[in-house]
Design a protein around this ligand. Structure first.
Ligand SMILES: CC(C)(COP(=O)(O)OP(=O)(O)OC[C@H]1O[C@@H](n2cnc3c(N)ncnc32)[C@H](O)[C@@H]1OP(=O)(O)O)[C@@H](O)C(=O)NCCC(=O)NCCS
Length: 176
């Protein structure tokens, strides 16, 4: 059981453009090995605001989630803008969930995953996909995601994309 639940630290709410500096500050701290430009976050918030959430206590952003509909087995490259959402979207893609260390173990991560899954269901998607980095595959497995490469169905193009993240990146899918 978490020692202090996330309710004591703030709450998840829709991300606003004014949150972007705080979101980037979290990303810089949490993902030093996977840097992404502010323009990448700004574009995803603009293209699919319903998939972008911020965890905040007052003005401070302590965590964020970014997600959007996308093409199955074709994850966007790291630090790449999308241009537009694909008309052929056939999976709900979780680009990132990131919490500052002080928010981890609080239950905030499980809640936001549940919120993203609910959004995917509401949009009628049969799967949710993501690229797991930072040793997070165990966390995602805990939430029902399976490592597709481990099932040996990953193709060469997808394998190349994953190496653009790092050698340990795993493409994971949850069937709804
Ligand atoms: C990934 C992240 C969002 C998870 O949030 P968290 O608060 O640390 O996770 P939780 O404590 O809620 O863990 C939930 C469960 O998953 C398990 N878990 C967490 N990380 C795990 C891991 N690396 N391996 C196996 N299980 C893990 C926990 O044991 C916990 O299980 P329990 O409910 O039975 O106790 C957070 O650690 C984070 O922001 N990490 C840095 C950013 C990142 O890597 N994001 C993922 C990018 S794809």
């Amino acid at each position: 059981m978490p020692e202090l639940s996330f309710e004591a630290k703030g709450q998840w709410r829709p991300m606003a453009a004014a949150d972007l500096p705080g979101v980037l500050a979290v990303a810089d701290r949490v993902h030093p090995a996977f840097p992404e430009d502010g323009a990448v976050f700004e574009e995803r918030l603009r293209l699919y605001p319903a998939g972008c959430l911020a965890f905040s206590s007052g003005a401070d952003v302590l965590g964020y989630a970014v997600s959007h509909p996308w093409r199955a087995f074709d994850p966007p490259a790291l630090n790449a803008r999308l241009g537009e959402l694909s008309r052929r979207s056939d999976t709900y893609y979780i680009h990132d969930v990131a919490l500052l260390p002080e928010l981890r173990g609080s239950g905030a991560a499980a809640l936001v995953v549940a919120l993203l899954i609910a959004r995917a269901r509401k949009e009628g998607f049969a799967t949710v996909s993501l690229v797991a980095v930072n040793g997070s595959a165990g966390f995602w497995a805990h939430h029902g995601f399976h490592d597709v490469a481990a099932r040996k169905v990953v193709d060469a193009a997808l394998a190349r994309k994953l190496r653009g993240y790092d050698d340990a990146a795993a493409f994971m899918v949850r069937t709804l």
